[in-house]
Design a protein around this ligand. Structure first.
Ligand code: NAP
Length: 271
């Protein structure tokens, strides 16, 4: 039997997920097919039903559907529930189950030693769909400041995660950075075709770690500036691959053996 799965979004043509999953089907000698499906927000509920009824194992969910997909699901696991958003829907016995593997994806990017010792502050730029899974992973910090163009969205997100998370303003960034352990860009600023992200990485302390979840271009100006200073700096491609691996397991029951191989091949092609 051919395992069928895919990713739904709008737009979706740019998605790298089909390449990642179809590589893994081949690597693990599984008969499978993973496709990108453009789904208009007005058609989301019908599209999910149609895919489930045609025998798909499930779908990944991307912009702009993560919240609506969570709300449409029959059952949500605790990770998706904590986020109020789903990047993965599994179809099982006629039910839609919501999950969120962005949380585990970002955790794996941070490395196994993350959270050891004391950490004063994380600054998260952005309060869109990608910001929640990131905040979830830096809750070990004493303070998490979420900075977003639309401040009401940062405030709403901060409330979801409790008292150590607060909304901040762009104007306080320069004062925050010298005492920041983790700086994470979760906006679309710095992405190809989008305005630049204006952050002065020279203000960060020498132990700071910088993450930019944008992956086109592979090396954003934030990453370049952080690396020039010798800071640990991780781009968006690892998160994309590491959220895909548990999704693949959910579709197939098979653990991805070596996700770094597809990561390396994407890096080589995109650089
Ligand atoms: P989203 O829900 O549309 O959120 C976009 C975020 O960027 C919001 O915080 C938005 O602020 C901010 N933003 C957009 N244009 C801006 C501008 N001109 N000035 C200031 N802020 C601006 O998107 P998302 O799903 O969170 O994704 C954000 C980025 O992360 C995208 O580049 C996406 O490709 C990337 N991403 C990567 C991964 C990965 O696996 N690496 C996963 C998910 C997303 P407002 O709220 O004020 O609009």
């Amino acid at each position: 039997m051919v395992i069928r799965a895919g990713v739904i979004g709008h737009p979706i043509a740019h998605s790298l997920s089909p390449r990642i999953h179809n590589t893994w089907f081949a690597d693990h000698a599984l008969a499978g097919e993973y496709n990108a499906v453009d789904v208009h927000p007005d058609d989301l509920a019908d599209a999910i039903r149609r895919l489930m009824e045609s025998g798909w194992a499930g779908v990944n969910v991307t912009l702009p559907h993560k919240q609506a997909a969570y709300e449409l699901a029959d059952i949500a696991n605790p990770v998706a529930e904590a986020q109020g958003a789903a990047n993965l829907l599994i179809f099982s016995d006629g039910k839609v189950i919501a999950d969120n593997t962005d949380v585990a994806g970002f955790r794996r990017c941070m490395g196994s030693s993350v959270g050891e010792g004391s950490h004063h502050r994380a600054v998260v730029l952005g309060a869109g769909g990608a910001a929640g899974p990131i905040i979830q992973n830096v809750l070990f910090c004493d303070e998490i400041v979420v900075i977003n163009r639309t401040s009401s969205k940062a405030e709403e997100l901060a409330r979801r995660f409790g008292p150590r998370v607060r909304a901040g303003g762009w104007e306080e960034l320069a004062d925050l950075l010298p005492d920041t352990d983790y700086l994470i860009n979760a906006t679309s600023l710095g992405m190809r075709g989008q305005p630049a992200l204006d952050v002065d990485a020279s203000l960060l302390p020498s132990h700071a770690e910088v993450f930019d979840i944008v992956y086109a271009p592979l090396e954003t100006s934030l990453l370049r500036a952080a690396r020039a200073r010798g800071l640990k700096a991780v781009g968006g491609l690892p998160m994309l691959v590491y959220q895909a691996a548990p999704s693949f397991k959910a579709f197939t029951g098979v653990e991805v053996r070596n996700p770094e191989a597809v990561l390396k091949s994407l890096e080589a092609d995109l650089s």
